[in-house]
Write a protein that binds this ligand. Structure first.
Ligand code: S3P
Length: 448
């Protein structure tokens, strides 16, 4: 469902083996950042492999509203003519970021040190999510904000006319918060320092360096300390967006639980800040191999081969790995239900403030499918039923969350009875080709 659309129920029926190659779309995090950094650069940034999901399209529209010229060729190549750091124009409309927390938080960061007032909104999911985690550090630069109670959207941010650089220790493990502070630091004089106690995805740091910013990262006793020198001239880049490991997670996990499957998912980035799911699956005993391991654009990349794995065991997922697989816990819990023994997931309270409360959504849906789930404020446990033993046969709510929808459609492929999601529409935010791609592998998905 789009922001105001009608729900699109979808059913996934138990299917035969999944076979073939799954070419998943471009990385969502890198796609957002390509458009935003392109818009803040001088010259023409050319992007291929951009994820054309609704979240990223909303960011493209927002960057146009700030004055960037953005066009798309028929072959899917995107051109961003940037306005340079400090070159944003005040949008004359409300900025609607749809379902995207990454979009709104990064864009708030990059306008917060410009002399302008911008009003942000989103869909019913985004308008429930906490924004104070971003507006608190932006206030240190001199930006002000007024939103709804609980720091929620719609919200107006008034950028600082005379920003000062900041030193900020990020209190929650969040790449969005870290990135918002760094993007705000671009238009502040002097050095902005961000310290994160736990490493989160580092695309912003890597890409800022690629666009010519002066940025350094050192490990200190306080955490990972990132220092950015403000007011650089960012130089336009040519970017090839790698394929999204978070999207690869769905065909990989489906292949592990559907009997007889053998699926190749080529060209997946294995940046250590993103690859936690694959390590966890291997720890559980999954037949998941990295083929043709190589380096591309300074990042490890491999073709993932996933084969049916009836001998997986439940494990305690190392909490230190949480940030590197934070978006993958929903689909991991589906695999956990097919393993033997309990899977314990701790240190994951951030799951409660994603597109929905993902622990609650998965627990409700899995229980409706016959799986035992226990949960607490920052942990949950799934009782494995063994391969193919999940009863299924339920209709589950997805709470406007693409990853909940895809997780239960994967679950339906290996359950005893079909599973219906009450709305498959949100899948278009991150993986618009999901239905066709999974059907080509052999999944039996229908609009219910
Ligand atoms: C993202 C960061 C993560 C992740 C989200 C994308 C990003 O959120 O869940 O899907 O692109 O920076 P947090 O910043 O809350 O960790």
């Amino acid at each position: 469902m789009s922001a105001h659309g009608t729900p699109i129920p979808m059913t996934s029926r138990p299917c035969g083996p999944l076979n073939g190659e799954a070419h998943v779309p471009g990385d969502k995090s890198i796609s957002h950042r390509s458009l935003i950094l392109g818009a803040m650069s001088v010259g023409e940034t050319i992007v291929t492999g951009l994820l054309e999901g609704q979240d990223v399209l909303d960011t493209a529209k927002a960057m146009q509203a700030f004055g960037a010229d953005i066009t798309r060729d028929e072959d899917g190549t995107w051109h961003v003519h940037g306005v340079g750091v400090g070159g944003f124009a005040e949008p004359d409309q409300v900025i609607d970021c749809g379902n995207s927390g990454t979009g709104v938080r990064l864009i708030m960061g990059c306008m917060a040190t410009s002399d302008m007032a911008v009003t942000f909104t989103g869909d019913a999911s985004l308008n429930k999510r906490p924004m104070a985690r971003v507006t608190d550090p932006l206030a240190l630069f001199g930006a002000q904000s007024v939103g709804r109670s609980g720091g929620r959207l719609p919200m107006t941010v008034v950028g600082a006319a005379d920003p000062v650089p900041v030193r900020y220790v990020v209190p929650v493990p969040s790449a969005q918060v870290k990135s918002a502070v760094l993007l705000a630091g671009l238009n502040a004089p002097g050095q902005t320092v961000v310290i994160e106690k736990e490493a989160t995805r580092d695309h912003t740091e890597r890409m800022l360096a690629g666009f010519g910013a002066e940025i350094s990262v050192v490990d200190t006793p306080e955490g990972r300390e990132i220092t950015l020198t403000g007011q650089p001239e960012l130089r336009a880049q040519t970017i090839v967006v790698p394929r999204d490991p978070s999207s690869a997670a769905f065909p990989v996990c489906a292949a592990l639980i559907v009997p007889g499957s053998d699926v190749l998912v080529p060209n997946i980035g294995l940046n250590p800040t993103r690859a936690g799911l694959f390590e966890t699956l291997r720890d559980m005993g999954a037949d998941l191999t990295y083929e043709n391991l190589r380096e591309e654009g300074g990042e490890p990349v491999a073709d993932l081969r996933a084969r049916y794995s009836p001998k997986m065991r439940g494990i305690e997922v190392p909490p230190a790995r949480a940030a590197s697989m934070i978006d993958e816990y929903p689909v991991l819990s589906v695999v956990a239900a097919h393993a033997t023994g309990r899977t314990v997931m701790r240190g994951v309270k951030e799951l409660r403030v994603k597109e929905c409360d993902r622990i609650d959504a998965m627990a409700k849906g899995l229980r409706a499918c016959g799986v035992t789930v226990d949960e607490g404020p920052d942990w949950w446990e799934v009782e494995g039923m063994g391969p193919g033993a999940m009863p299924g046969g339920a209709t589950v709510e997805v709470f406007l969350d693409h990853r909940i929808a895809m997780s239960f459609l994967v679950a339906g492929m290996a359950a005893k009875t079909a599973i219906t999601v009450e709305d498959g529409g949100p899948i278009a935010t991150s993986f618009p080709i999901f239905e066709g791609l999974m059907a080509d592998l052999g999944a039996d998905l229908v609009k219910a």
